[in-house]
Design a protein around this ligand. Structure first.
Ligand SMILES: Cc1cc2nc3c(=O)[nH]c(=O)nc-3n(C[C@H](O)[C@H](O)[C@H](O)COP(=O)(O)OP(=O)(O)OC[C@H]3O[C@@H](n4cnc5c(N)ncnc54)[C@H](O)[C@@H]3O)c2cc1C
Length: 528
């Protein structure tokens, strides 16, 4: 293990690798990337992703040069509208209730397209159009919806493989089993001068000029979850890496007086297979435990009551907050329910027999009976809920015979008509649930990542302290950076954020190193 490097990057996820690559391209050498996980867990949460990157773009023609899975004939059968910077900004603003930091949001949106192109060109990341997750085939045409059109080949697994190959090509050294415990500063200048790490049970110091922290949030730490997110969050299932436990965040706040920023009581959490392991994701099954087919059906809690408008918006804008809604239900569980029409449209990736326990029945009563064996206490209410729901759907259909079901747009097929309205509407895609066989799947809350992080300077991702000053040589990116997401999140923005701000931080750190080696720096390295 080298005891000195120019730039130390902490975290082997998308943000860390993006930062390391950017620093190398900006001329820095002797870059070391460490991660506390063993090599077998490389890639953090980024490994578990679907590899979905949200980016502003000018429509299909603009995206085709970036992707490797569309031939000419397929391209002619695709409807994919531009997703402009204004669209992206509006979505970010809308889902965060206007709370997202304006400068961070602007950078994310404006550099999203360039960052993806950079990853393709310089990191060799293989992008594809996301046919299976973000498009429906309607009348022989692929209709893309929801503003999220790019994914990486082989999802997060492919993304991390490509990042690791790029790091090797650019001479970035990578060490696993090495946990950052605290950031060291020169007491005379306040600038960063090293990191105390623990490896193989022993502590040691790695000296450096700059540290880029990309060590994730605190989603895998039940104690911090309960402390910041609230009671009950210790019971959420962890969707990704078990190594994002937040101790570096805590140490920066306690020891460096780094300023916390963003939504510390908020997180990204989804409907997740209730039978999945609780404390960490599974690197084989990975993202397939996610259960995001609720817009095609309904969700009920163990009393048999609905509790969200399943069709209030596209899945991309609701899935990140419905985990919390499920956790708030009795026992923190729910059942997603469809009939054969809705079930036929579910993605096999998440709902095939091998990946989830499918509860099937020929009647609603039988379905209730079977769900009761898994904890549904309100059998009668379950049946009644479905009857009321179907009655409202029929009435809406009767009054609006021209409204057609279309999963690729907000179709307005709802439960609310002039003569019949549910107290909790289903606003779009309200298919009746009346054609057997019926299907139910039991879900719980899966936590993805936490929104609270550190305040940074948007231009460089440099960490800001409690007095509003930059901590020289210290940067925070990815989940560790606070201020972008509040309460909810536009799907695919996490990876884009890691690339945009990782890229900025890498450049800034390389500039600092260059400045120092030219002898122009104001930082004097401490003798440790
Ligand atoms: C199942 C799942 C699916 C997702 N799908 C998507 C998607 O499709 N698109 C999207 O944009 N986002 C998605 N996300 C969210 C996305 O994973 C994150 O927004 C993003 O990957 C975070 O990247 P990161 O580099 O900040 O953190 P990570 O990728 O989590 O990397 C952090 C790394 O830091 C290491 N670490 C932690 N503490 C220390 C320490 N003290 N010392 C050294 N190392 C440390 C960890 O071991 C980890 O490897 C998904 C998340 C999950 C869990």
């Amino acid at each position: 293990m080298p005891t000195h490097c120019s730039i130390l990057v902490i975290g082997s996820g998308n943000a860390g690798f993006s930062a390391a690559l950017s620093a190398a391209q900006a001329g820095a050498s002797n870059i070391l990337l460490i991660d506390k996980c063993p090599a077998a867990w490389a890639g953090g949460n980024s490994f578990f992703t679907a590899g979905a990157f949200r980016t502003a773009h000018g429509g299909l023609a603009d995206l085709l040069p970036l992707v490797n899975n569309v031939d000419d004939e397929t391209a002619r059968a695709i409807d994919l509208d531009p997703y402009t910077e204004d669209d992206f900004s509006a979505d970010l603003k809308r889902v965060t209730n206007g709370r997202s930091n304006e400068e961070l949001g602007k950078a994310l949106v404006r550099e999203s397209r360039a960052a993806v192109e950079w990853l393709k060109r310089d990191a060799g990341v293989r992008f594809q159009l996301s046919f299976n997750r973000q498009a429906y085939q309607v009348a022989g045409r692929w209709k893309f919806w929801g503003g999220l059109h790019l994914k990486t080949q082989d999802g997060g697994k492919g993304l991390i493989a490509d990042h690791m190959a790029a790091a090797r090509r650019h001479g970035v050294a990578v060490r696993f089993d090495t946990a950052a415990k605290s950031i060291l500063r020169d007491p005379s200048t306040g600038a960063v001068c090293g990191v105390l790490v623990e490896s193989d049970g022993k502590e040691e110091v790695i000296t450096c000029t700059a540290v880029i922290m990309a060590a994730g949030g605190f989603e895998a730490n039940p104690q911090l979850r309960t402390q910041y997110l609230g009671p009950g969050w210790d019971l959420a299932h962890v969707r990704g890496t078990p190594y994002n436990t937040g101790e570096l965040l805590a140490s920066c706040i306690a020891q460096l007086h780094a300023r916390p920023a963003g939504n510390w009581s908020g997180c990204h959490s989804v409907a997740w297979d209730a039978n999945a392991p609780p404390d960490s994701g599974n690197r084989e099954v990975s993202n397939e435990y996610t259960k995001s087919g609720y817009p095609l059906g309904i969700m009920v809690n163990c009393h048999g009551e609905r509790f969200v408008d399943e069709g209030v918006d596209f899945r991309n804008y609701t899935y990140a907050k419905f985990g919390r809604a499920i956790l708030q239900q009795p026992d923190g569980v729910a059942w997603q329910v469809w009939d054969s029409k809705g079930a036929a449209l579910l993605r096999g990736e998440e709902y095939r027999e091998e990946v989830v326990e499918r509860i099937t029945a020929r009647s609603i009563e039988e379905l209730a009976e079977k769900c009761a064996q898994g904890g549904l206490s309100g059998r009668q209410r379950f049946v009644q809920t479905l009857e009321e729901y179907n009655a409202a759907v029929y009435q809406h259909r009767k009054e609006n015979p021209d409204v057609q079901f279309d999963p690729a747009v907000k179709d307005g097929l709802s439960t609310q008509s002039s003569s019949s309205a549910l107290s909790l509407p289903k606003s779009n895609w309200a298919l009746s649930i009346d054609v057997p066989p019926f299907l139910a799947v039991k879900v719980t809350c899966g936590i993805t990542f936490t929104f609270g992080g550190l305040a940074v300077k948007p231009e460089t991702a440099a960490v800001i302290n409690q007095t509003g000053r930059e901590i020289e040589g210290l940067y925070a990116v990815g989940e560790m950076m606070g201020g972008l997401f509040y309460g909810n999140y536009p799907g695919g923005s996490g990876l884009t954020s890691g690339a945009v701000f990782g890229r900025r931080a890498g450049r800034a750190a390389a500039r600092l190193v260059a400045k120092q080696s030219e002898g122009e720096g104001t930082v004097v390295r401490a003798k440790i």
